[in-house]
Design a protein around this ligand. Structure first.
Ligand SMILES: [Zn+2]
Length: 265
């Protein structure tokens, strides 16, 4: 079976983690929550920790990689896939060498091809991914300072996409956040505004056959689901029914990403 199953345990600046089922294997994407939170939320969709053999890391900020997991990964023999440029930081966060599976380019996971795409975010950057079973393609991108053309060039022929939609610019401007934090978020090396996100989704949707659009990393302080909903209704109304907005505090619904008609031709 080539379909993918995906759900988000939670997403935002206090923690990010998602699960993707490839064939019968659950792969964790980022591990930013405590073990207790993670286990509780996994239970929503009947997934247990011992069903996860691999973790794929976007980057090592604390909200995506909680070092509390290092010991558990070692004890359970979990493989942690991360880009070779992130290895030194993973080691210093306490991840044992035995768990680290570095990649440089495309790698394979349970028969699927995983294509990393490097994007700007703080000092080391972050990695977006395309998971491709050969029949079903799913892209995930979060914590991007901006959407580079090379990402759009790769995010094509997708059946589903999970994409950051971090903040509303006027809420950001009007917030009481320090000016340095505002500019770190908005200067092209931090996070994506709703407008930047929907512009990218419009582009991706035109080159894909999307069944699901999952919006990640919504700022609690500087975003609102009502603003995003209005933006989609005004700009991408025909796709609004495919949108799933994620939350920091609860698990998303379970999304099944099937092989689309277009990609089987
Ligand atoms: Zn983050």
């Amino acid at each position: 079976m080539s379909k993918l199953v995906f759900f988000v345990l939670g997403s935002g600046s206090s923690g990010n983690s998602s699960l993707l089922r490839i064939k019968n294997n659950w792969v964790m994407i980022d591990c930013g929550f405590s073990m207790k939170q993670t286990k509780e939320r996994m239970r929503t969709h009947n997934v247990q920790l011992d069903m996860v053999s691999d973790v794929v890391i976007t980057h090592l900020d604390r909200d995506h990689f909680n070092p509390v997991w290092c010991r558990t990964f070692l004890q359970r023999g979990v493989r942690v896939h991360l880009h070779e440029s992130h290895v030194a930081r993973a080691r210093s966060a306490g991840l044992d060498e035995a768990c680290i599976v570095p990649f440089k380019n495309t790698f394979h996971l349970h028969g699927a091809q995983v294509e990393p795409v490097h994007v700007a975010h703080d000092a080391l950057g972050t990695f977006s991914y395309i998971f491709d079973t050969g029949k079903t393609r799913f892209g995930l991108a979060t914590d991007l300072g901006r959407v580079p053309q090379h990402l759009l060039d790769r995010f094509v022929n997708l059946d589903g996409v999970a994409f950051e939609s971090n903040y509303d610019p006027s809420m950001q401007e009007m917030s009481n956040r320090p000016a340095a934090l505002k500019s770190r978020i908005m200067d092209g090396g931090g996070h994506l505004s709703n407008e930047q996100s929907i512009a990218a989704i419009c582009h991706i949707a035109a080159e894909s056959n999307l069944q699901h659009i999952v919006l990640l990393h919504l700022s609690r302080q500087c975003n609102s689901t009502a603003i995003i909903r209005d933006l989609y209704r005004d700009n991408l109304a025909h796709l609004y029914n495919y949108v799933t907005m994620t939350s920091q505090d609860r698990c998303s619904r379970l999304l099944s990403i099937e092989t689309s008609v277009a990609s089987t031709i």
